[in-house]
Design a binder for this molecule. Structure first.
Ligand code: BES
Ligand code: ZN
Ligand code: ZN
Length: 502
């Protein structure tokens, strides 16, 4: 895993700010305290330099200004980061301005960065929220996936404020940043590094030793014993499939559980319904949902949250071989539903269905939330700019929408009309696994809904946002590869649930 640098959120005098680079976000139509202060210390040098560079403080505008030693500052450069007009200002603008500035100096190999956040920049009157989100975005932007060589030059990152934020914010930010790094590392790993066996090893390495956390793994023989035939069938062509079950029992006073399910297809070649070369090229990322779940569990356990979570991660390879499952096969799923396979490339819903049904039967959770790179169709519908959210529960969905607002991880609500289910009619079984191209993401979600039964359930289709594709998602805090989308969303969601319950 990439290493997280030392982090802090503090108020201090600018003269004492011992960081190589200071990032200074400000508006085009309003000045901020730190800009005035810096200009005062440098006797007008900062504003003069900005004006020579014709800097307008537009959103996405960045300007590096070297600081001459004569002003007695410890910093070597100031990076101006435009926020545009104050009227349209929000947290996402601050994230983007800050991380664009961060990336503009990354190749300069500075070993410490301080971001200047004075009161004018505080969102919703919440200094803690503003500071932790800003710091987190910087850490997200400095992540880099590489195999082998690792050169790290960034040692310290700080958010410097004018007020005193709460203690312990750093601990929160570190746990979330680590969760995002974990999730990205797993999703970015090529399929010859992480196959189902490798996934199991990774999970054990990351989660074992964390308090209140236990891991159980069903391999071939246990999957057979349990009748988890959806997972077994998809996994037949590849190396031994798994169902990884993780319990985090952080609230011993309660027997209520929340379920999370994450799709982990370590490589999706499509099976016998083989994908084209081009559409196969990114399919190492088809384990992104499972990767997010591992990250989320890590952060929840690390922070010792007062909640009980059970996670199920079905892990398979979907590749063609003489043992692969075949079109027209009929599978008796874990809950007894008979599914006729039309397309072996619609494998995600089969392994998720068994995982959801398993949790429904054995844990009776208050809610199940699943996250998956499920359909190309959701990318057609929404592009690379939001995840699709489907649910049978207004109550939990509304909490998720709040979490989405707070984190900037966009979701867009999609319908579950009963007609979608009709597209899955089979002549010989209860359901088919695909129902034509029309409304593909909704049809897939309707398939899953069948297995959630009466359990409140939310489905997140993250096929468009799990990694950086040709058109997006675009943000300076998303380096190439996996985004870790969903880690912040789900953590904020469970944070809210925990707060509501206590
Ligand atoms: N993993 C893919 C979905 C996917 C496609 C994710 C592109 C990200 C980008 C999924 O298993 C799949 O192959 N779905 C098929 C379903 C179809 C056969 C009904 C799809 O979306 O084309
Ligand atoms: Zn597929
Ligand atoms: Zn897939």
């Amino acid at each position: 895993m990439g290493k997280i640098p030392g982090i802090s959120i503090t108020s201090m005098k600018l003269e004492e700010a011992d960081y190589d680079a200071l990032i200074l976000p400000s508006f085009m139509d309003h000045t901020v305290y730190f800009l005035e202060k810096l200009d005062l210390i440098t006797k007008g040098y900062i504003v003069q330099s900005a004006s020579i560079a014709n800097f307008k403080w537009e959103q996405e505008e960045v300007q590096l200004i070297p600081l001459p030693k004569e002003y007695g500052m410890k910093a070597r450069v100031v990076v101006l980061a435009g926020l545009g007009p104050k009227k349209n200002y929000d947290m996402e603008k601050l994230r983007r301005a800050t991380t664009l500035a961060t990336r503009s100096i990354l190749d300069k190999k500075y070993s410490s960065i301080g971001v200047l956040v004075s009161n004018e920049l505080v969102i919703n009157n919440d200094i803690n929220y503003t500071c932790r989100e800003t710091l987190l975005s910087v850490l997200m932007s400095t992540y880099k996936y590489s195999i082998g060589k690792k050169e790290e030059h960034l040692r310290r990152v700080a958010v410097i404020t004018t007020e005193n934020p709460d203690h312990g914010l750093e601990e929160y930010v570190r746990a979330v940043a680590e969760a995002i790094y974990i999730s990205r590392d797993i999703a970015n790993a090529p399929s010859n590094k992480i196959n189902p066996e490798g996934f199991e090893k990774e999970v054990k390495k990351i989660l074992s030793g964390l308090e209140h956390t236990s891991i159980r793994v069903f391999r071939q023989s246990e999957l057979e014993k349990e009748g988890l035939n959806g997972i077994l069938s998809v996994g037949k062509g590849g190396s031994e499939p798994r169902l990884i079950l993780i319990e985090y029992h952080g609230d011993k006073s309660s027997n209520e559980w929340y379920g999370i399910v994450g799709k982990a297809v370590t490589f999706d070649a499509g099976g016998l319904d083989l994908k084209s070369r081009e559409s196969m090229l990114d399919m190492k990322y088809d384990k992104s949902g499972g990767a997010v779940v591992v990250g989320v569990l890590y952060a929840i356990a690390k922070r010792k949250m007062r909640i009980n979570i059970v996670a199920a991660i079905p892990v398979v390879e979907n590749i063609p071989s003489k043992t692969s499952y075949k079109p027209r096969d009929v599978i008796r799923m874990y809950d007894g539903t008979l599914v006729e396979v039309i397309d072996t490339d619609a494998e995600g819903r089969l392994i998720l269905a068994d995982s959801i049904a398993y949790l429904v039967k054995n844990h009776k959770p208050r809610l199940i939330i699943d996250i998956a790179t499920l359909t190309g169709s959701i990318v057609v519908a929404l592009g690379n700019y939001a995840a699709g959210v489907f649910s049978n529960t207004e109550f939990y969905k509304n909490i998720l929408l709040e979490a989405s607002q707070e984190t900037g991880e966009r979701v867009w609500e999609m319908p579950l009309y009963p007609e979608y289910r009709d597209q899955l009619k089979s002549d010989i079984a209860d359901l088919t696994n695909v129902g034509g191209r029309a409304g593909g993401a909704c049809v897939a979600a309707s398939f899953l809904k069948h297995f959630a039964k009466d359990t409140p359930w939310i489905h997140l289709d993250i096929a468009g946002v799990a990694w950086v594709q040709e058109h997006g998602p675009k943000a300076p805090y998303y380096p190439k590869g996996a985004t870790g989308y969903g880690v912040r969303l789900l953590l904020s969601f469970f944070e809210k649930i925990t707060r509501q319950r206590h």
